[in-house]
Design a protein around this ligand. Structure first.
Ligand SMILES: C[S@@+](CC[C@H](N)C(=O)[O-])C[C@H]1O[C@@H](n2cnc3c(N)ncnc32)[C@H](O)[C@@H]1O
Length: 642
């Protein structure tokens, strides 16, 4: 499959595999043969003769010089260059060298190679790893180049190493944590979204926590050296279990795998010979193994496939109180059968607690569904009554006049006229003629209270009996710090403060969770206390695992968990999430400026829920290790209307 097909870089159900070549390799014949036979999709090829040094060019006659490139642009068609070649910038360049001549030669060559890559319409170029720990001049020069690029992407090559846990590879001289190198480089390059990272995977891997950080970074390629392969019982290359897991994670994050180096396995005779008289690429057995790992991956579940297009895509949260939901949105909710099964279980338990078996035929429970939408909770409640043999009378309260039309049709079609009364009204202002035993609602947002369930239910509890039951009986929000470079760049692309102070609903995927989530705000219903209010403040402290290394926090992932009734819960907090439920994606609170955190200095975060006469909003800030400005003061950028 060619690079870039269907916007290929972003796809994660396809695999793109490359091989690293030498300057002397004949790229056109490599491509013409091996791509058609399925060995690999593209080559990582040097663009210029490695012996070239601008300062050594005779006479220094720039105007007559022909650049020593690997081949004329005519050797491949423009689409072949673009789809099947990633340019490899000369690895000798050292832009931070003490040697001024080398430094100048490096800068000139880098710029010439990038210009040539742009001329060829390549999609990406691989930048060599910075030579020392300081990379200021290299990054300055790359940043200058990035300003002029439109489509070309730059991948900074970085070895995947981190000391600690006995995991430093022999090739990683002087580097204690290569993430630090990547972090300094991209900070100097102002988080440019055209700059990504290509990780050199070594034979020894850092700890799981340290590897996890990369899943939130913009990793485009994993370069697997033949040295990092083991040998299986039959003499073929294979990878350790940890490497297999890492590569599977990379596939899942649309990271391309590149095989690099000379073959180091002497294969059994038969398999190495030329079957069908064709020539095998020397790295074919390694590529076959990578292809095998890809095939071995579990296919995505149906729902995950449906949601692929939403991965890491920022959406504005719903405002079901201020706006009226559309039919399509209700339809999506209604397909989520797990949600209604949980509600039915909760209502059934509440009915049985409310009415003992011996009174089941005498007592009628008054149940009100507030925010009934198009009726699925009415149906779930009626099924719970049938299941438990309890008598029930239902009020369906809904403020969206369009949904009320559907409710009327539903009641008629199902023959529920004698049991269900429809009230077309905002629950906060309805004057009920009788009180409810059970109040059922689903007004929850991804962050629990962010669709104003507390305010709505405070209004509705007027018509709940003093000993009545609210389903849900409580809900709690959770947050956890995340590395999410794609989300950060997407927010940044709007170039305004307001977007950095807005919470988004996102199907989080290319995100690294840096610490376990912690609870933020809890609301309990009913709450008849006269002193109750819905303002909240919480200070949270997150500690990174000691072996994780430093990481960059781009913001906070938010979730909720709700106790519907007793042991029946519903939620999306990852460790307790209701399986197979898809009504809610997490929420994301960005940070205006990402904060670097270390395992030895906790991240201190503050969240406020603020209430005004016409709106509710959140404010948030970081106080440690480095203070951030306050986000969303007075709800100036993001609020939920009452
Ligand atoms: C998230 S939807 C759930 C709908 C339905 N119960 C379901 O599960 O598909 C919330 C519903 O509550 C309604 N709603 C929100 N606030 C309301 C209020 N104050 N009074 C009445 N209905 C309200 C919305 O119009 C919407 O139909």
């Amino acid at each position: 499959m060619p690079l870039g097909e269907r916007g290929g870089w972003e796809r994660s159900e396809s695999r793109y595999c490359g091989v690293e070549t030498d300057f002397s390799d004949d790229v056109p014949s490599l491509l013409s043969f091996h791509i058609t036979t399925g060995g690999f999709d593209y080559v990582l090829a040097p663009l210029m003769d490695p012996s070239y040094r601008p300062s050594l060019v005779e006479g220094n006659g720039l105007e007559t010089r022909v650049l020593p490139v690997s081949g004329s642009d005519l050797v491949l068609s423009p689409s072949q260059w673009s789809s099947h070649v990633v340019g490899k910038i000369s690895s000798w360049i050292d832009l931070d060298s003490e040697d001024e001549v080398l430094r100048m030669d490096s800068e000139t060559t880098l710029k010439q190679e990038i210009a040539w890559a742009t001329h060829l319409s390549l999609q990406a170029c691989l930048l060599p790893t910075p030579k020392g720990t300081s990379c200021a001049n290299y990054a300055r020069c790359v940043n200058q180049i990035l300003q002029g690029l439109t489509t070309l992407q730059l991948w900074l090559r970085v070895p995947l190493v981190k000391s600690g846990g006995g995991s430093v590879d022999a090739t990683s001289e002087g580097l204690t944590d290569s993430w630090e190198l990547w972090n300094s480089f991209r900070l100097l390059c102002e988080h440019d979204s055209k700059l990504s990272v290509a990780l050199d995977v070594m034979s020894t891997l850092p700890s799981e926590n340290s590897l996890g950080r990369w899943m939130g970074e913009s990793v485009r390629a994993a370069i697997l050296s033949t040295d990092s392969f083991l040998t299986n019982a039959r003499g073929y290359p294979c990878l350790s279990k940890r490497h297999q897991k890492l590569i599977a994670g990379f596939f899942d994050h649309a990271v391309q795998v590149v095989v690099s180096g000379k073959p180091v396995h002497s294969l059994p005779k038969a398999s190495d010979s030329n079957t069908e008289g064709t020539q095998r690429h020397p790295l074919r057995s390694y590529l076959d193994y990578v292809a095998y790992l890809f095939q071995k991956m579990e296919p995505l579940p149906e729902q995950e496939r449906i949601e692929l297009g939403y991965r890491d895509f920022l959406q504005a949260p719903l405002q079901p109180l201020m706006d009226n939901l559309e039919a399509q949105t209700y339809e999506t909710f209604e397909r989520d059968s797990i949600k209604y099964i949980q509600y039915q279980r909760a209502v059934a338990k509440a009915l049985v607690d409310r009415v003992p078996d011996e009174k089941a035929s005498e007592l009628t429970t008054v149940l009100m569904v507030v925010g009934a939408g198009r009726g699925p909770l009415v149906r779930a409640s009626l099924q719970a009554a049938e299941e438990t043999g309890r008598k029930m009378k239902v009020y369906a309260v809904e403020k969206n006049p369009n949904a009320v039309v559907t409710l009327h049709n539903l009641v008629k079609m199902e023959g529920w006229e004698a049991i269900v009364t429809i009230i077309s009204c905002d629950m906060r202002f309805w004057s009920a003629t009788e009180k409810a035993d059970i109040l059922v609602s689903e007004l929850l947002g991804s962050f629990g209270d962010n669709e104003l369930s507390p305010e709505c239910l405070d209004g509705a509890q007027r018509f709940l009996k003093p000993d009545g039951i609210s389903i849900p009986s409580s809900y709690t929000s959770f947050i956890q710090p995340v590395t999410a470079s794609k989300l950060y760049n997407d927010v940044k692309a709007h170039k305004d403060l307001a977007h950095f102070e807005t919470a988004y609903v996102v199907k989080l995927h290319s995100v690294a969770n840096l610490a376990p989530s912690q609870s933020v705000f809890t609301f309990t219903h009913p709450n008849f206390s006269t002193k109750a209010n819905n303002q909240r403040y919480k200070k949270l402290r997150f500690n990174l695992p000691s072996d994780a290394g430093s990481a960059l926090v781009h913001g906070f992932a938010g979730y909720f968990d709700s106790v519907l009734y007793k042991d029946v819960h519903l939620g999306i907090e990852p460790t307790t999430a209701t399986p197979n439920m898809f009504s809610w994606f997490p929420i994301f609170f960005p940070l205006r400026k990402p904060v670097e955190v270390h395992p030895d200095s906790p991240l201190e975060v503050h969240f406020w829920r603020c209430c005004g006469s016409s709106k509710v909003w959140y404010e948030w800030s970081v106080s440690s290790p480095t203070p951030s400005p306050m986000h969303n003061t007075n709800g100036r950028s993001y609020w939920v209307g009452l």
